[in-house]
Design a protein around this ligand. Structure first.
Ligand code: UDP
Ligand code: MG
Length: 317
């Protein structure tokens, strides 16, 4: 199979018929063998009924229904697990991404050997204040910290070499930074293509400002994960141990000073009068706090099987 088109959707009943027939038209016109995988991320409108009907009209449309809303990342992840195509395209359900871009994206992967090509909504039709400006800022940070020279990390329209989607794990709000996950997994040829963007035709945006606040935290953890491999909390544990050790050495030197003074029978100041005493105490307290932070991180990560716990209610294949 040439292409899997993975589409996460949450309350997009109006867009789906137009979207899927448009994708099918582009695929047929270019002679691609394909599947469209629709992931209903717990919609509470009639999206799933629409999906079932669409499958009856076109058997290349497959679908998964989550039991509740788990978020775009979980939806993408399950789509990635299911995808069978050599090239995997992700796109939003709301008709903001243009299916006509698919053939060129496909070529960039198969002919130019890109691992991942991210769409760039250079001319973007979204609200300036709540979307475009904050997104410019996050993209700048993501670019600086990851060294990946693309402008629109979070663009819903992307193309992947099959191995990429099988090698990464998208969870939390990580769908915003998939190129970083891919680079971390060892896929280095990452490019971008300017894509057309439309205004949302039906329905409303699902990502308000509130969801934006989670973004920076995820970016921070993605950078940490990339820098400290699988166990970022070891960084805190190590820092804690070092600071604690420094405190211990300072405490020992205060103690030894006192002992030497006693042995030589010279008057020694009280231990608590030495400035090093407080330095040592502070370092030991901070060190153990940091160490605890690392330990909590460790505990949390051992519980992180939480990541992939999404319940699939129905599946059409
Ligand atoms: N989406 C999803 N789960 C969610 C929120 C959104 O699957 O919890 C889908 C949504 O249906 C759409 C895509 O993710 O297909 C992008 O969402 P949206 O268009 O609302 O985001 P925006 O374009 O405004 O950033
Ligand atoms: Mg949208």
């Amino acid at each position: 199979m040439d292409i899997s088109v993975v589409v996460p959707l949450f309350n997009e009943e109006e867009s789906l018929p137009e979207l899927t027939s448009w994708i099918a038209r582009v695929m047929d016109a270019n002679g691609f063998s394909y599947e469209i995988i629709l992931i209903d991320d717990g919609s509470n409108d009639r999206s799933w009924e629409v999906v079932e009907k669409l499958h009856l009209q076109n058997p290349d449309i497959k679908a998964i229904k989550f039991r509740r809303n788990y978020g775009k990342s979980a939806a993408l992840q399950v789509g990635f697990t299911e995808a069978q195509g050599n090239v995997v395209i992700t796109m939003d359900a709301d008709l903001q991404d243009n299916p006509e871009e698919i053939p060129e994206l496909y070529q960039l992967i198969t002919e130019q050997q890109f691992d991942l090509v991210s769409g760039w909504k250079k001319k973007r039709y979204d609200p300036l204040l709540s979307k475009n400006i904050p997104s410019k800022f996050f993209n700048w940070i993501a670019r600086r910290s990851s060294g990946i020279k693309i402008h629109d990390f979070n663009c819903g329209l992307k193309a992947y070499r099959r191995q990429v989607v099988k090698s990464i794990e998208v969870y939390g709000e990580m769908h915003r930074y998939i190129p970083i996950l891919a680079k971390w997994a060892g896929f280095r040829k990452i490019g971008e293509k300017v894509v057309q963007h439309q205004e949302r035709k039906y329905g409303v945006t699902k990502f308000g400002f509130e969801r934006f606040l989670r973004g920076p935290l995820d970016l921070l953890s993605v950078i940490f994960i990339a820098k400290f491999s699988k166990r970022p909390m070891h960084f805190f544990g190590l820092m804690g141990s070092l600071v604690f050790l420094a405190g211990l050495i300072a405490a020992a030197s205060v103690g030894i000073h006192k002992l030497i003074a006693l042995a030589n029978q010279v008057p020694a100041p009280k231990v608590t009068e030495s400035p090093y005493f407080y330095l040592a105490l502070t370092a030991m307290i901070i060190g153990s706090q940091l160490f605890l932070a690392g330990f909590i991180g460790e505990l949390v990560s051992r519980n992180a099987s939480e990541r992939n716990k999404y319940l699939i209610e129905k599946k059409i294949s």
